[in-house]
Design a protein around this ligand. Structure first.
Ligand code: PEP
Ligand code: MG
Length: 588
């Protein structure tokens, strides 16, 4: 038994040791599962049944899409049907099963690999798209094989789940069973569904391990360190001891977080502030509340689209929103209408690739260009609003006309519901994200049109400073404390205050202690962030006096650079409130 350490991306903190359980559903790895020659005929029938079921699924999907949003969007399924019925695909699969005596899954994996390599070698954009279409079709066949096999999500023994990747449905099924100690995946990133779900269920998870499924056998011992992004296979005793020490420190850290979560959100001089959560999945809500969130400040609803292969129905939307409202009650839930387009492409629609996606047809621009989809979402939000704690947030507003169009559409949808005698909250509040500098500059005009603002600093800073938020080459220029940024945010906060309207910040800036203090000093009271950061922000803001921070930040605004501001804030606030900077963190 070989001792190996693997590095990946830690996407859900915590550390666990246990027995590996390699999921049988490893998709498209090139491991071969052989069958005896007398089972070949049976295997071919199994494959045929899965292909037939896939055909039925595709036809059903196509009809649904045609009905819902029109013929022009249904053609993608014609392309998929053509791939499915391409004789060279079926012939290739059959030949592999017959000649190599392998299971259909292995044949599909080999054919998948062949097509991926072939399309990669062509390197043309059009063929790149065809590559994912082929992958999509083969995945569908694969999944249909599974549902026809007798495989069950087996016993309830505690184990560490090891897989190539976890599709959203699989992640929900397996992780919610309560016996998964940790997860280790070949694929995946921070925002994959599996990662988000694991975080909300407190299951330590490391993804992006490339080939752990090939390095590990069932029942071997594993340590998964989701905090440091490391997986240890067959750890010797000395390493196991180290693990126990680390786990104890982590457990203490968690206890401290939970303790802080219960503290009241007030500054030293009793000024109330409100920590809220940014979430992407309804499953995250209980986790957010346990960290002390007083509501969901930002629900990124595009995840409803990104996690399924078909377009969500009004009922799909409604189920999510009403669950959020119910579980967050009495706290508010701000549902942001989809921020899709540009980079976050909808897998269900083939959207034209844009040369400059960050400045393209995204968010509200996309919704106003795809009104049928937008109406479905608005209807579902309205229906969920009978619970009274639902609010709407419109992303990427640039000009006042867009708000006018949204309101008109909103009014039409309300009328439709009224005509059908479907209940909703007629006074459901409507607010906008301030994340385009132009919107910030005219916030005194916009404020008259809406009930509140939520400042999306991630994009606001990107556009204001002309620094791509995800480009590491220019990340040195991405400065939340840049004097221009603070002046702009100050203007928005004061504008809202003058009109007696609410204002929150829901970008990453709210989760950084020093920046959060700067925001508090500008008069902000609502801070929405990834729930795991709520305790540290609560701890930092509880350690300062509002009136002192106000004074210090006002003074800081006279300085010339982000660095001067940062140094000044640390110096002045540290002297007065040293506790604010005693950070918490899992000691490693
Ligand atoms: C933002 O831009 O600050 C924001 C919260 O939205 P997102 O990160 O989803 O773009
Ligand atoms: Mg944004």
């Amino acid at each position: 038994m070989e001792f190996t350490r693997l590095r990946g991306i830690g996407v859900s903190p915590g550390i666990a040791m246990g027995e590996a359980a390699l999921t049988e559903r490893v998709i498209f790895t090139l491991r071969k599962d052989y069958i005896p020659p007398h089972r070949v005929q049976e295997e071919l029938l199994r494959l045929k049944a899965a292909v037939d079921k896939t055909r039925e699924d595709l036809v059903e999907l196509k009809n649904k899409i045609r009905e819902k949003i029109g013929e022009e969007h249904a053609f993608i399924f014609d392309a998929h049907l053509m791939i499915l019925d391409d004789p060279s695909l079926a012939g290739g699969l059959e030949r592999l099963i017959r000649e190599e005596n392998v299971k259909s899954e292995s044949a599909l994996s080999e054919v998948h690999d062949h097509y991926q390599k072939m399309f990669d070698s062509i390197g043309d954009e059009y063929f790149k798209q065809r590559k994912s279409d082929v992958s999509d079709v083969l995945t569908k066949i694969y999944k249909n094989l599974e549902s026809q096999s007798e495989e069950k999500v087996d016993d309830t023994r505690e184990k560490i789940l090891v897989a190539h990747e976890l599709l959203p449905s699989e992640a929900a099924l397996r992780l919610s069973q309560g016996n998964i100690l940790a997860v280790a995946l070949d694929m995946g990133g921070q925002t994959s569904h599996a990662a988000i779900l694991a975080r909300s269920l407190n299951i330590p998870t490391v993804v992006g391990l490339h080939n752990i499924t090939q390095k590990i056998k069932n029942q071997e011992t594993l340590i998964v360190d989701g905090t440091d992004g490391e997986v240890i296979i067959n750890p010797p005793l000395t390493v196991q001891k180290e693990f126990l020490g680390k786990r104890e420190k982590y457990d203490n850290y968690r206890k401290e977080l939970k303790k802080i979560a219960k503290w009241k959100a007030v500054t030293l001089d009793e000024v109330r502030f409100y920590p809220m959560a940014n979430i992407e999945l309804p499953e995250e809500i209980s986790h957010a509340l346990s960290y002390g969130a007083e509501g969901v400040g930002l629900f990124r609803s595009e995840f409803i689209y990104l996690q399924r292969s078909t377009l969500p129905t009004e009922e799909d939307h409604f189920e999510v929103y009403s669950r959020l409202a119910r579980e967050a009650h009495p706290f508010p839930v701000y549902i942001r209408t989809i921020d899709i387009g540009g980079e976050k492409n909808l897998p269900q629609l083939s959207i034209e690739k844009e040369p400059n996606p960050a400045l393209g047809l995204r968010a509200i621009r996309f919704s106003l260009g795809h009104r049928e989809l937008f109406r479905i979402q608005l209807r579902a939000i309205l229906r969920a609003s009978i619970q009274k704690n639902v609010r709407i947030l419109i992303p990427m507003i640039t000009e006042v006309e867009e708000i006018g169009e949204v309101k008109l559409l909103f009014q039409e949808v309300k009328q439709e519901l009224q005509d059908k005698k479907i209940r909703f909250d007629p006074n459901i509040p409507l607010g906008v994200m301030i994340e385009v500098p132009a919107a910030a500059a005219i916030s005194d005009i916009l404020v008259k049109e809406v009930d509140y603002f939520s400042i999306g600093t991630n994009d606001l800073i990107q556009y204001y400073l002309a620094v791509d938020r995800s480009n590491e080459f220019v990340s040195y220029l991405y400065k939340p404390l840049h004097p221009s940024v603070l002046r702009l945010i100050k203007f928005v906060i004061e504008t809202a205050a003058k009109e007696g309207k609410d204002v929150a910040v829901c970008g990453e800036m709210a989760a950084d202690p020093l920046s959060a203090m700067a925001l508090l000093g500008l008069g902000l009271k609502k801070f929405s962030m990834n729930p795991i950061y709520i305790p540290r922000i609560k701890k930092a803001l509880r350690a300062v006096e509002y009136r002192t921070v106000r004074r210090v930040v006002n003074q800081a605004l006279t300085l010339k650079t982000a660095q001067e501001i940062e140094e000044y804030l640390i110096e002045k606030l540290l002297v007065k409130h040293p506790n604010a900077f005693l950070m918490i963190g899992p000691a490693s």
